[in-house]
Design a protein around this ligand. Structure first.
Ligand SMILES: N[C@@H](CCC(=O)N[C@@H](CS)C(=O)NCC(=O)O)C(=O)O
Length: 217
């Protein structure tokens, strides 16, 4: 049987692809990647040929196809239990902040799309954006304060929650959002992760430009 396959979009822009990729890499899975550049002629047909949802990421493991980031994360957790915190209360909390990310933060997603190569951008004002930014910072500050002794990640050891928030670190870096102390230190931890750096290196080799993700002054 061949290696599992992760179908992803552009590394510079596809935040959901990055999340699933990080979960797999941090779990130590040996997998192949299929990159489908998004929003170009014929891209949707290519996505639909890989997944009925027509979106990335999608993960093929043997005969099994799993799509949607949280479903991929939960599937991987069953194989690699260290992907969620070991302690039940911490695990429930990690699932809560991850689900909050998965289903929310629409103003951040719209006004501050992931665009790894862009820096010095200013986000256009948008209803709810400041509240979203404050909420993300609160999550990071609170968790990093509580789990500081256990390691550098949100729950001490690396978990799916860190993969879920990794693209937000890039959004903050692109749009100049930060805060000294626990928040800034956590952003550095994510940016310095060798696996994140591997993704960044690949993203810088890409030539495609997705206009909708080039927003901001
Ligand atoms: N809820 C999905 C969202 C996936 C998603 O929106 N992926 C984007 C790229 S980051 C995509 O496939 N866009 C192409 C399209 O919608 O046609 C998940 O968590 O995986």
């Amino acid at each position: 049987m061949g290696k599992p396959l992760l179908v992803i979009g552009n590394k510079n822009y596809s935040s959901w692809s990055l999340r699933a990729w990080l979960m797999l890499k941090h779990a130590g899975v040996d997998f192949d990647e299929l990159r489908i550049p998004l929003y170009v002629e014929g891209y949707k047909e290519k996505l639909l040929a890989c997944s009925p949802a027509g979106k990335v990421p999608a993960y093929r493991d043997g005969d099994l196809l799993v799509w949607d980031t949280m479903a991929i994360g939960e599937y991987l957790y069953e194989l690699y239990p260290s992907l969620w915190p070991a302690q039940r209360e911490a695990r429930a909390r990690a699932r809560s902040v991850s689900a909050e990310m998965h289903s929310g933060f629409i103003p951040i997603r719209k006004a501050m799309p992931m665009n790894i190569r862009a820096h010095g951008r200013k986000a256009a004002t948008a209803t709810g954006l400041d509240a979203d930014i404050a909420r993300v910072k609160d999550i990071w500050r609170e968790l990093r304060t509580q789990y500081a002794a256990a390691g550098p990640w949100l729950f001490g050891q690396y978990s799916i929650a860190d993969a879920m928030f990794a693209p937000v670190v890039f959004r903050f870096l692109t749009y100049g959002v930060g805060e000294p102390g626990a928040v800034g230190e956590y952003m550095q931890t994510v940016a310095r992760d060798p696996l994140v750096q591997e993704w960044v290196r690949d993203s810088k080799l890409e030539q495609e430009v997705i206009a909708a993700s080039e927003v901001g002054a």
